[in-house]
Design a protein around this ligand. Structure first.
Ligand code: PMP
Length: 330
């Protein structure tokens, strides 16, 4: 029988799927690494697993302890899955602007969710960052992974994501493209691929227009999970050769295209990365091979990117012209 003890044993080892020529005919192939096939539905499962394992080893997380983190998204799901497997409790703090759906997912996995006011400064004691800090201090055996400074975040990608890509392309990859949030993915994968190829593989960041990684000042954008207004410790700029700025409009239109044409229902950061990946692939000849990382599923964005009214509201799509109706003719 082929049986896994727990769904956590299925984290990682995600497949590469060809995006070209379905999306566009390019001379260099563009391949997507589909991270939503991980059990928690995102690339963050790998990071959660690595951070928890390292904390167990160092003694920072003790049996029966409580994992506390300010997160509303994919990292929370990954941590909750790993916690269920290893017998920890989870408490996540998040601002009250986060949708009911996202709170419900984390509660469904058994986590406790603490809602904090959005309209306060990050250093206000009521903010979700500060509430998480206070809870860590007040909870016996409380531990916070802190994904923005934890070296095991990039290390997880250096140990798993990078080697999988090298193996599955038979060492033929020439360019790796990924969005940058904490920077864990691009830094870890970049470090591995640079090392194994003697610096030959080019590492390309995909960044929302306005974010600091592509020279912005933190101007707001709507793509979720990528871009920052600060430089996190987990981002290693020395391995990144180039950063492409991509607009919300391009990201969301591509995200919708990928669902229709390739059957890949992705979050907006996947669409953003594919826009940058295609720019790179178009520049290359048949010896090029571009791999783009697709971080999560579009299921969490049905009321936004995949909702026409929402797209009209922000001007990303033109509403259909309404012609004369049957009622007008009567
Ligand atoms: N896309 C999504 C949807 C994410 O949740 C994240 C993680 N913040 C990323 C991309 C970027 O990954 P990283 O933090 O490794 O840079």
């Amino acid at each position: 029988m082929r049986v896994f003890d727990h769904v956590v044993d299925l984290v990682g080892d995600t497949p590469l799927v060809a995006l070209t020529p379905t999306l566009e005919q390019t001379r260099a192939p563009l391949l997507g690494k589909v991270e939503y096939l991980s059990p928690g539905g995102s690339v963050k499962d790998r990071v959660a697993l690595a951070m928890v394992a390292a904390a167990e080893e160092s003694g920072a997380l003790r049996p029966g302890g409580t994992i506390i983190e300010p997160t509303s998204g994919n990292t929370g799901v990954g941590l909750a899955l790993v916690a269920a497997r290893r017998g920890y409790s989870c408490v996540f703090t998040m601002p009250d602007k986060i949708s009911e759906e996202k709170r419900s997912v984390l509660r469904a996995y058994g986590a406790q969710v603490v809602i904090c006011p959005t309209a306060v400064a990050p250093d206000d004691p009521r903010s979700y960052y500060q509430v998480a800090r206070r809870l860590v201090r007040e909870t016996p055996d409380g531990w916070s992974p802190d994904q923005y400074s934890n070296p095991h975040n990039p290390a997880a990608h250096e140990a798993t994501t990078g080697p999988e890509i090298w193996r599955d392309t038979d060492g033929r990859i020439t360019h790796f493209v990924a969005g940058i949030g904490t920077g864990g993915t691009i830094s870890g994968v970049g470090r591995y691929l640079k090392g194994v190829s003697d610096g030959a593989v080019q590492i390309v960041g995909a960044d929302p227009q306005g974010s600091v990684y592509s020279g912005g000042t933190g101007r707001p954008y709507l793509v979720e999970g990528v871009g920052e207004d600060i430089w996190p410790a987990t981002y290693d700029r020395t391995v990144v050769d180039r950063v492409e700025a991509v607009s919300d409009r391009e990201s969301f239109l591509m995200t919708r295209e990928l669902a229709r044409r390739c059957g890949l229902l992705l979050g907006g950061s996947g669409g953003l990365a594919v826009v940058a990946g295609l720019r790179v692939a178009r520049e290359l000849g048949p010896d090029g091979l571009v791999v783009v990382l697709l971080p999560d599923s579009g299921r969490g964005y049905l009321s936004k990117i995949f909702n026409d009214d929402w797209m009209y509201e922000y001007g990303f799509l033109e509403p259909p012209q309404t012609g004369p109706t049957v009622a007008d003719a009567l």
